[in-house]
Design a protein around this ligand. Structure first.
Ligand code: ATP
Length: 448
């Protein structure tokens, strides 16, 4: 039965640290406000999330190509995009404890003065909200003068708009088409929190899909629905997902529609990904500011136009957290309870664990042979020969490994192994020669 309150969040945080998913950054120096490092399992989890996104959004399609643009761009980019003037959140200060909070997210913030919990509970008065720009500033070159100010990108999208023409000319592609990018973004969040849900440094997966203006509505519905389905296809429970269309007063002035994919986190519903119509706003602004022609010339109609843009934008860290939370289960068995992460096998950090039943009789050697076969077949694999077999299974359940492969006397006699599946705990005897096909099929047919 899944936990539904904040105790689930602290259980996840401690599991992440104990098993090597996520560590506090600069921990031995006392940390640095809500910043995290990903450990050996966390990095695999994130790689798998990125791969699952890229394979569906880019590799599987003929109409989307990739990009990797610079984090630091010409500072004028951010003036023209509107970020210097308008990428702000409303901030309030507490006159007593000096805490600073995001005015529109007070319910997520914590008062620094104990035992108070929420802002203002220390009996302090909160100031009127002021606008706080979220962009991190830095300097280019050795002299810290004002002309050398640059910004760390707060979104990856602008790098895509800047390369619209380059991609159009080099990739021999025409609207409707998309440019996708995964990379780090930086926001000096006033109130980071809820573990890796909101941090100041995070990874985004964004795609700008350029369409003829009259096809805007069709492609908006298409990408909104495709992105929403992606999560349940990868095992997220549908009852924990919802799609929320923005009201007109929530939309950016240039946007005609926007929807959020939301997830029911232990701390309430929260945005996981946004799908927005950005119209021709960005291309037109950059074109006007630079004098560069960012139009598409349609050779059939002989007309030039600025494409409209549909943008799915999600956070990789938030996705990884969501997969973790949703996968977590404490399953009551006959004699005890087991902790199991029911990840989709595509998302699980380790796909196969290989165990010799005992540490003698040539079983470890045979197990290493099987391990090598699996690694060569590119299954992420872990070898373990310590402790009783039941304990080894449980350790793998807790990190979500879908298959445990045991080498026993039968393996030595007739080259068969026992595959134990994480979810059903069922065991199947499989010839080593058929192991790869067996696993491929089990992964393909997996469902929650
Ligand atoms: P929020 O309302 O949560 O601040 P946003 O609407 O500003 O998010 P977008 O600008 O649409 O977010 O960014 C796209 C995605 O990037 C979000 O859906 C989220 O998954 C991720 N993201 C945004 N800010 C952060 C952050 N500070 N930490 C982690 N992920 C983030």
């Amino acid at each position: 039965m899944a936990k539904t309150d904040n105790s689930l969040m602290s259980t996840i945080v401690s599991l992440c640290k104990r098993r090597g998913f996520v560590f506090q950054a600069s921990e031995i120096y006392g940390g640095i406000g809500n910043t995290y490092d990903y450990g050996p399992l966390g990095v695999e989890l994130k790689r798998n999330v990125k791969e699952a996104w890229w394979s569906r959004v880019v590799t599987a399609r003929a109409d989307v190509v990739g990009l990797d643009s610079a984090i630091i761009q010409n500072p004028k980019v951010w003036e023209v995009s509107g970020h210097v003037g308008g990428f702000t959140d409303p901030m309030v200060d507490c006159k007593k404890c000096k805490g600073r909070f995001r005015a529109d997210k007070l319910e997520d913030a914590k008062c620094p003065e104990k035992p108070s919990k929420r802002p203002g509970e220390c009996a302090g008065e909160l100031t009127e909200p002021r606008s706080f720009n979220l962009m991190f500033k830095t300097h280019i070159g050795p002299v810290e003068e004002s002309g050398a100010t640059a910004y760390l990108r707060p979104e990856t999208a602008q790098g895509i708009f800047l390369n619209f023409k380059n991609v159009l000319e080099s990739a021999r592609i025409k609207p409707p088409f998309g440019i996708a990018q995964i990379g780090k973004s930086f926001r000096n969040e006033i109130t980071p929190g809820n573990f890796v849900f909101r941090t100041r440094e995070f990874e985004q997966a964004e795609m700008e899909f350029f369409v003829p203006p009259e096809e805007n509505d069709k492609w908006y519905s298409y990408w909104r629905d495709a992105r929403f389905s992606w999560y349940s296809e990868l095992g997220i429970r549908p009852e924990n997902l919802r799609l929320r269309e923005h009201d007109a007063d929530e939309l950016a002035h240039y946007s005609t529609a926007c929807a959020d994919v939301e997830y029911l986190y232990p701390f309430g519903w929260g945005e996981l990904e946004g799908i927005a119509c950005r119209t021709d706003f960005d291309l037109k602004r950059h074109s006007e500011a630079t004098g560069t022609d960012l139009l598409y010339f349609d050779p059939q109609t002989k007309e030039k136009y600025t494409p409209y843009v549909i943008e799915p934008a999600g956070g990789i860290d938030r996705m990884a957290l969501t997969f973790l939370i949703d996968a977590y289960e404490e399953e009551q068995l006959e004699k005890d309870t087991r902790v199991v992460l029911r990840f989709h096998p595509e998302i699980a950090p380790i796909t196969c664990a290989v165990f010799p039943l005992v540490k003698k009789d040539g079983m470890p050697e045979k197990a290493h042979e099987v391990e090598t076969i699996l690694r060569r077949a590119r299954f992420s694999t872990f070898y373990d020969e310590k402790a009783a077999i039941g304990r080894r299974y449980r350790r793998q359940d807790e990190i979500g490994t879908p298959f445990c492969i045991t080498i026993d006397g039968e393996t030595l006699n007739s080259d068969v192994v026992t595959v134990r599946e994480r979810d059903s705990m069922e065991q199947t005897t499989v010839p080593i020669a058929e192991l790869r096909t067996f696993l491929d099929e089990a992964i393909l047919n997996w469902s929650r």
